[in-house]
Write a protein that binds this ligand. Structure first.
Ligand code: SF4
Ligand code: SF4
Length: 88
């Protein structure tokens, strides 16, 4: 499992401060990767980022609302094909 950041993200970076494994990275360039992103291979499913988010943008991957379903693939692809940690 992993946690996923959806398009509700307003890019304030608060989640980055609390992630114990530093697997949250700002999507760059923003017009291509519009949210912060969670590396699904490193996330330990601790949930610490969820209460930090002022816009409730972060969900466990099995609870992502239908209207944000594409976010799961987008977060993963940012690390597999996009800049991933090089954007941090
Ligand atoms: S659930 Fe935990 S490990 Fe995963 S991104 Fe959030 S703070 Fe980091
Ligand atoms: S705390 Fe929420 S709004 Fe802020 S960067 Fe993280 S996911 Fe985006």
């Amino acid at each position: 499992m992993t946690y996923v950041i959806t398009s509700l993200c307003e890019r304030d970076g608060l989640c980055v401060e609390v992630c114990p494994v530093e697997c949250i990275v700002p999507g760059e360039p923003e017009d291509e990767w519009p949210t912060y992103m969670i590396d699904p291979d490193t996330c330990i499913d601790c949930g610490a980022c969820v209460p930090e988010c002022p816009t409730d943008a972060i969900f466990p991957d099995d609870e992502v609302p239908e209207e944000y379903a594409d976010a799961t693939e987008l977060n993963a692809r940012f690390f597999s094909e996009g800049p991933g940690y090089d954007a941090a």
